[in-house]
Design a protein around this ligand. Structure first.
Ligand code: MD3
Ligand code: FE
Length: 208
């Protein structure tokens, strides 16, 4: 489903077995070396989403190798198998194996949402590369709001993201405002092996 130029939603892309593998990997990453934490923004606000990073640590609003705003530890490496999933994702979304082969993500943000967590409308501009962002959803279904490139307001499109869904944001959609307005408690089903809540894994090329 092409939601906007460069923004492609592929419902149910991850088979159950892959969903379970990714949830299991997220459980390991959440244990350390940097723990899952509520990011504190420079203005003092605390995000309701809990995050752990791979490859590069997103420290609002820059990437670093160490989590200086958490425990100072070096972040876990970005695994090569996850980069391969990213290339498969780009190939699937854009039906372009040549573009997909060049995709070299080196950072992942793992976001955990409980039923009350939200993500306000924002742009992802810390990456120096203009390569697409690959998003994989696990567990509870959410309402994802895909906006415009000008501001946080209208026009926007609301899309439900369920466990196993793939979303790729590239080209003109790469710098669109986006957020998560709602998570539907208890909608995870059995596919991912998640007991509660929602996980979202985004793959990025930092260009660093
Ligand atoms: C569109 N995460 O980590 S995933 C984020 O569900 C983030 O956790 C949300 O926004 C989540 O920055 C939304 C979909 C997504 C991710 C990155 C994008 C959409 C995007 C970057 C550019 C444009
Ligand atoms: Fe984002």
């Amino acid at each position: 489903n092409v939601v906007a130029p460069g923004a492609v939603h592929v419902p149910g892309w991850l088979p159950e077995e892959r969903q379970r593998e990714l949830v299991e990997a997220c459980r390991e990453w959440a244990r350390g070396p940097v723990p899952l934490r509520n990011t504190v923004l420079p203005g003092g606000g605390v995000m309701s989403v809990r995050t752990v990073c791979l490859g590069w640590h997103w420290q609002p609003y820059r990437y670093a190798r160490t989590a200086d705003d958490v425990n100072g530890a070096r972040v876990a490496p970005f695994p090569e198998w996850l980069a391969a999933w990213g290339r498969a994702a780009v190939a699937e979304a854009y039906e372009d194996p040549v573009a997909a082969e060049a995709y070299a993500p080196d950072a992942a943000l793992v976001n955990f949402y409980d039923g009350a967590a939200r993500m306000g409308m924002h742009q992802d501009k810390e990456e120096r590369s203009h390569a697409p962002v690959v998003s994989l959803s696990l567990g509870d279904t959410c309402v994802f709001r895909f906006g415009n490139t000008q501001d946080r307001g209208r026009p926007h499109t609301d899309v439900e993201l369920a466990s196993g869904d793939l979303f790729v944001f590239g080209g003109p959609s790469r710098y669109a405002f986006h957020g998560v307005t709602k998570v539907f408690d208890g909608t995870a089903g059995a596919a991912s092996g998640m007991r509660a809540g929602r996980l979202n894994v985004t793959l990025r090329e930092t260009g660093l």
